[in-house]
Design a protein around this ligand. Structure first.
Ligand code: CDP
Ligand code: MG
Length: 854
């Protein structure tokens, strides 16, 4: 560890050096000939930042004077025509009490931070404050970013409704859709959308104010936006087009933004909104179920419903499958059909009866009475006279119409019960929740920093997030939170969740930043910087993809290390950055024009980018009777996938051929929900693929108009020739994901049977039984990713030929002579290599067939 720290301090410049380098964090341009639009802005602005730094002291004084002398900007007031009900409801929101303070802070400061509990009215009201104060009256917009698509859409509708304005004025933009018009004044969008806009216009001239919402979630794009905006805001002010930045957080932990000298030289003021939070009584379990927390959640919910006074129940689980399974069990236990709802009087009677039975008084004063205990045996799981439970699922992949249901009041005579994932923790406030059941866990994707192997793991959540969950119960009246774990376990939780940027590979971010001419990404003012290790790995991958120039290999070690972290972007890198997909896939798109392969490459890349397009064939049966049906379905779907994979030449494209076949077949059938259901495809994913294909086609046409691709929804299958070409393109993009079948000595150990070896791992990896290539077992394959489940499985596998490796991945090979060199940083490009007798895949020393090269 110590060594690592030392290494990084070598690369990361010392603090006084930082001062000098700060100016070029955002604006570093080297070769103007290759730069596009944004760079000229950056060049210009680079000088200006410097000027500003010189005049820093003077400016501070004049700022103070301004505060004392003139009461800042004139107070404009743009009236809003709200209905009396809306007006009444919003007056109850805690953030309304702070409107004066917030708006004064906005006027006096370029950037401010607002902290307030979820539900205090930040997201819905702060944009309205800005609107009323005239921030959207000079033709510029107020922009609000959300880390989640569902929040962007639902909040824009909500605000439009509150302000009595059409959706052409209060609009949203998410990845593929939006209703933004030239009349838009308030624009909700995902953070990724704003990042793309910065690429087109670094100064964000369309906006007068940007609100970064849910900053406490520390999503990667939010973090980067804050870093970028900390530079953009002063530039805008300098140019006489002032812009305001508002960072909004649901927790008080904002030091990463405010006390970060690299972000803001003068810490932005923090305005705390006192939430009108009612007390929430926490009930810990005595014991902590280690496995079946879904079952435990079921028993607890039944008990609450049977025994406790009215009030919505919100259950936190970790994933979609769990959510559905609990929904089904609860619906079965307390069926809800139209017509069987109880009248208010009936339900009161029933509840009174049960409360008496349970020995709990009608008035809930004694908290211990509401402590339901954690013995599942005393929970009755039958309806027996209980009012119906109106059970709704809530998770990010859920269709928007379904999601919207949670905001509506439940049918009269029923009790609302929402089974949710983390989505309900902070970004959405569900009205009427009195009881929270918290499983205490969260599902997260983990990446191995070295091997890139990813796995989903359910882990304990943090104390901060458990407290957020509990807080959901106290929005409208005092509430109760039932934690399905003991207080001792809670004590062992980490205090806060880590910023996402420290937990995932960053090559996509690094490429985007290089495209913004931020050459030394290591100096970027990240609220929490990724590790130097992750940054080096990212630059190394981008160099091998040809997106960045190779760093010079001469000079002092320290200089070389620094060079590794500041490779300039290449023209290919610029093209790749304009494709909205990860760099490996962007490389494939950039190569796709050969042999008319582009439409296929676009379809494959779209399918690889969209998550979970296939129904999970390994999902366990939910009941006895489902089991035989499920087996039949599995057999049929496997058969279908085999058909898509084809025979002979096309089979070698492997799982990517299945994807291509699925996309083609689905489009041929008109992409209907019914076809998807019958073919084991996730409808929402297929619709997303269709949109992404359109978007990628436009992007490719914009970069190389001479190619002129069209989206032909009904693709004809590729020819044998094209399949070979596709496999080579895939190899060029996924070159660092090459695996070779285990051989020689390894096979002595049975663990290597049918296994593959990869350059970065000692452990065997496997082709999944559901893969197209499970039976073929080609000698060389490339894979999309490795997922660790019961074994290390490669996903998205394609076969490649050994002799292609030195041809398509010369950067990973070293050749017999004359350029023998030990590392990729020294490796020369193809131009200088001729007629080699042999080559070695240097990362593992695989001998490859002889090739002759130019
Ligand atoms: O952003 P923050 O969590 O501080 O609060 P908000 O999302 O602005 O919500 C303020 C209030 O509006 C809450 O009490 C919500 O229940 C309510 N709201 C609603 O009823 N329906 C929506 N679609 C959004 C918010
Ligand atoms: Mg909010």
């Amino acid at each position: 560890e110590e060594q690592k720290a030392e290494e990084s301090s070598d690369v990361d410049t010392s603090s006084d050096e930082d001062e000098d380098e700060q100016e070029d964090e955002v604006n570093n341009t080297t070769d103007m000939s290759e730069c596009k639009e944004t760079s000229s802005v950056c060049q210009e602005t680079k000088r200006e930042v410097k000027v500003e730094q010189d005049g820093e002291k003077e400016k501070k004084i004049s700022d103070q004077e301004k505060v004392q002398k003139k009461p800042s900007e004139p107070a404009i007031f743009i009236p809003v025509d709200r209905s009396p009900e809306v007006q009444e409801a919003r007056l109850k929101l805690p953030v309304l009490a702070e409107e004066q303070v917030i708006m004064e802070a906005v006027r006096e400061n370029p950037s401010i931070v607002i902290c307030g509990e979820t539900g205090s009215g930040k997201t819905t009201q702060v944009p309205q404050f800005l609107y009323e104060a005239g921030y959207a009256s000079d033709g510029r917009m107020i922009g609000i970013t959300e880390p989640r698509r569902v929040a962007a859409v639902s909040m824009s509708h909500r605000v439009a409704k509150e302000m009595n304005l059409p959706t052409q004025v209060v609009s949203y933009q998410i990845r593929y859709e939006g209703n933004v018009t030239s009349d838009t004044k308030i624009k909700f969008m995902t953070d990724g959308v704003l990042l793309k806009e910065i690429q087109k216009d670094f100064l964000l001239q369309k906006y007068s104010a940007i609100i970064i919402d849910e900053a406490h979630e520390r999503s990667v794009y939010t973090d980067i936006l804050i870093g970028l905006l900390s530079r953009i805001v002063p530039l805008r002010n300098k140019k006489g087009m002032p812009m305001k930045l508002l960072i909004m957080s649901a927790t008080l932990r904002v030091e990463d933004f405010t006390e970060n000298q690299r972000l803001f030289r003068t810490p932005p003021p923090v305005i705390k909104v006192d939430a009108r939070q009612f007390p929430v009584t926490i009930h810990f379990n005595k014991r902590t179920p280690l496995e079946d927390y879904t079952g435990e959640a079921f028993h607890k919910t039944c008990k609450i419903h049977r025994m406790l006074p009215p009030g919505g129940i919100l259950v936190f689980l970790t994933g979609q499958a769990e959510v559905h399974s609990l929904c089904r069990r609860l619906r079965k236990a307390f069926p809800f059909r139209k017509g069987n709802t109880a009248t208010g009087e009936q339900s009161l009677k029933m509840r009174k009866r049960r409360l008496l039975e349970a020995g709990i008084g009608d008035e809930e004063d004694g908290d211990s009475d509401l402590d339901l205990g954690d013995d599942p045996a005393d929970a009755e799981e039958k309806a027996d006279g209980s009012i119906p439970l109106y059970v709704l699922p809530l998770y990010s992949l859920l269709a928007p119409e379904q999601q919207a249901k949670v905001f509506r009041p439940p049918p009269p005579g029923t009790r609302l019960c929402i089974i949710a994932t983390n989505v309900a923790e902070t970004s959405l406030t569900i009205p009427g929740i009195k009881y929270v059941v918290d499983c205490g866990r969260v599902k997260k994707r983990f990446y191995d920093k070295v091997t890139g192997v990813s796995s989903f793991k359910v882990t304990w959540t943090s104390q901060a997030s458990a407290n957020q969950r509990a807080g959901r119960a106290g929005r409208t009246e005092p509430g109760h939170c039932y934690r399905l774990y003991s207080s001792a376990v809670f004590g062992d939780f980490t205090l806060f969740s880590e910023a996402e940027i420290t937990r995932r590979p960053v090559e996509d971010l690094v490429l985007q930043m290089k495209d913004l001419n931020i050459e030394k990404v290591v100096n970027f003012p990240f609220p929490t910087p990724p590790s130097t290790e992750a940054l080096v790995a990212a630059e190394q991958l981008l160099v091998s993809l040809g997106a960045l120039e190779e760093p010079p290999c001469t000079g002092r070690l320290k200089d070389m290390q620094r060079a590794k972290l500041s490779c300039p972007i290449t023209p290919l890198g610029r093209a790749m950055a304009s494709f909205p997909v990860a760099p490996r896939y962007a490389k494939m798109l950039a190569l796709g024009k050969q042999q008319d392969c582009l439409p296929y490459v676009i379809a494959v890349v779209a399918a690889m980018t969209v998550r979970e397009i296939f129904e999970d064939l390994d999902r366990p049966a939910r009941s006895e009777d489902e089991s035989s049906k499920l087996n039949q379905r599995r057999a049929r779907l496997t058969q279908m996938r085999r058909l898509w994979a084809g025979q002979g030449a096309s089979l070698l494209l492997g799982d990517l051929m299945i994807m291509l076949g699925a996309v083609g077949a689905c489009e041929f059938a008109g992409c209907t929900p019914r076809f998807c259901e019958n073919s084991g495809l996730r409808y929402k994913a297929m619709v997303e693929i269709r949109k992404l294909r359109g978007q990628l086609t436009n992007a490719v046409n914009a970069v190389c108009p001479e190619v002129g691709v069209f989206v032909d929804p009904k693709m004809t299958p590729p020819t044998e020739h094209q399949v070979v070409c596709l496999r080579q393109i895939v190899l060029a993009g996924l070159g660092d994901h090459l695996a070779r079948r285990a051989q020689g000595e390894d096979l002595v150990d049975p663990k290597w049977k049918n296994a593959y070896k990869t350059p970065l791992m000692d452990e065997p990896v496997f082709i999944h039984p559901n893969s197209a290539l499970f039976k073929t077992l080609p000698e060389f394959v490339v894979y999309q990713e490795i997922m660790e489940t019961s074994k290390m499985y490669m996903r998205g596998v394609s076969a490649v030929e050994a002799e292609w490796v030195p041809q398509f991945l010369p950067q990973y090979c070293h050749f017999g002579s004359p350029l023998e060199s030990p590392s990729p940083w020294f490796c020369s490009s193809t131009g200088t290599i001729r007629c080699h007798r042999s080559s070695t895949f240097f990362r593992v020393g695989w001998q490859l067939p002889a090739v002759e090269m130019e």
